[in-house]
Unconditional design. Structure first.
Length: 439
């Protein structure tokens, strides 16, 4: 009789803990038959100058098709370059047609007919495109995303499931020329006599420091009636860089307002706006103060964009989208007075003012050492002069270059040209030469 305390072993089978396989996303640009890639040969796509004057950027490269084994009949190789615009706050939420728009710039078809390609070598298909200067630069912010996408497709005959698809992004930038001299601006702040003299750069970069020079005049005022001196003393100085993004989210055909009473502006789209600070600093010291009768306050302020905010460059696309930046400088001044005979006995009046100034600045990429494609000079090779050689000793007997190269034409007398081409003269001379060679 079996014991009541006996235990039965339960077999759960082998636990294949290490046999779990992660799903690997399949690359559409390669399979077991072939692989498709690309190679950009042109410099980075940078548009130099404003949109009205820029000549654009040149993009060139090659599509590389590698057949892994044997021969394959390729039906067609096509490529396309287009601009992809994504509105992150579209006209109608959760509508793909309202949020995404594509504009084709160029299309290539590399094969006119099906062609058999082998695995002995890599097959190259060159392409090039000129991005016109009025096109916008690439951007990605909280409201709008603009990207240049290059797509390529390879279709094999009788093998539709083994087609190759390549999708790449071209980063297009715009670089403005930095003026040699800073911009000069003068601001007054009535009812006070304070005048601000400011020098600042109008073109700045996302990375790097910039300097603003500030001078405040009219901070000292003498009152002859009360025999006192009034001072405006600078207590705090704050600067900040503000970024403003404005877009117009257009509707798709399905969501266009149908009612005639709707506002025409709403039919074109809904305006979206986003503002943020991309750099700021509070200063309570760091300037020079002179409170003599002709005294002033002088300060040099270093300002820059904070890299952590990932600032966007300036952008202007008609009335559809705009990215702009402003440098805001705020100063807190406090009024004090003292007797003329005892200038150290300063007494606050309890009056304070906030002086605020706004300056438009352009945030742009650095141009570096690059130049526009139409200003590139041809290469200069070693041991090759920049111009054809010059001759110091003329060749005698040649009246022109044609005479020097071809020589002078023979001069025939009357009847000599016809006799020289006559068959009889050629035939008569031939037997004699043969006879002489035989003898």
């Amino acid at each position: 009789m079996p014991s009541t305390n006996s235990h039965h072993r339960l077999s759960l089978g082998p636990l294949h803990l290490g046999a779990y396989k992660h799903k690997v996303s399949k690359d559409p640009a390669r399979n077991e038959l072939a692989a498709l890639s690309w190679k950009i040969e042109s410099p980075p796509a940078v548009m130099y100058g404003p949109a009205d004057d820029s000549t654009g950027a040149l993009v060139s490269g090659q599509l590389l098709l590698d057949i892994k084994e044997g021969n394959l009949e390729v039906e067609n190789v096509e490529a396309e370059l287009h601009i992809r615009t994504v509105h992150k706050r579209p006209f109608q939420a959760h509508c793909d047609k309202c949020s995404e728009h594509k504009t084709q710039l160029q299309k290539w078809s590399f094969l006119a007919e099906p062609t058999v390609l082998g695995s002995t070598t890599s097959h190259n298909f060159p392409f090039s495109s000129l991005l016109e200067g009025h096109l916008p630069a690439s951007t990605d912010n909280s409201l709008l995303s603009i990207s240049y996408e290059f797509t390529a497709t390879v279709k094999f005959k009788d093998l539709p499931k083994h087609s190759l698809f390549l999708n790449k992004t071209i980063n297009v930038k715009r670089a403005l020329t930095v003026p040699e001299l800073p911009h000069h601006s003068i601001r007054v702040f009535p009812p006070t006599n304070i005048k601000a003299d400011v020098h600042y750069p109008q073109v700045i970069h996302p990375l790097g420091s910039n300097t603003l020079t500030l001078r405040l005049d009219g901070i000292v005022k003498h009152n002859t009636d009360t025999k006192t001196v009034e001072y405006w003393k600078l207590k705090r100085l704050t600067w900040k860089l503000e970024e403003t993004i404005t877009t117009m989210a257009p509707p798709c055909e399905k969501h266009i307002p149908k009612a005639a009473s709707d506002d025409e502006a709403v039919r074109k789209g809904i305006k979206r706006t986003a503002e943020r600070n991309i750099g700021h600093q509070d200063m309570h010291s760091g300037w020079k103060s002179d409170y003599s009768p002709d005294g002033c306050v002088e300060a040099e302020i270093d300002f820059s964009c904070s890299p952590s905010t990932k600032p966007n460059c300036d952008l202007k696309i008609g009335s559809s989208a705009q990215i702009s930046h402003q440098l805001v400088v705020e100063m807190v001044v406090v009024q004090e007075f003292a007797p003329v005979n005892q200038p150290k006995q300063v007494t606050p009046t309890g009056i304070a003012r906030i002086l605020r100034m706004h300056f438009n600045v352009n945030v742009t990429e650095r141009s570096g050492l690059g130049v526009s494609w139409d200003n590139e000079a041809p290469p200069i090779y070693q041991d090759v002069p920049p111009s054809p050689p010059g001759y110091t000793h003329p060749v005698s007997g040649a009246d022109s270059v044609q005479d020097l190269v071809l020589g002078s034409a023979p001069v025939y007398t009357e009847g000599s040209y016809a006799s020289s081409l006559a068959p009889s003269s050629r035939e008569s001379s031939r037997p004699s030469s043969i006879h002489s060679s035989r003898t």
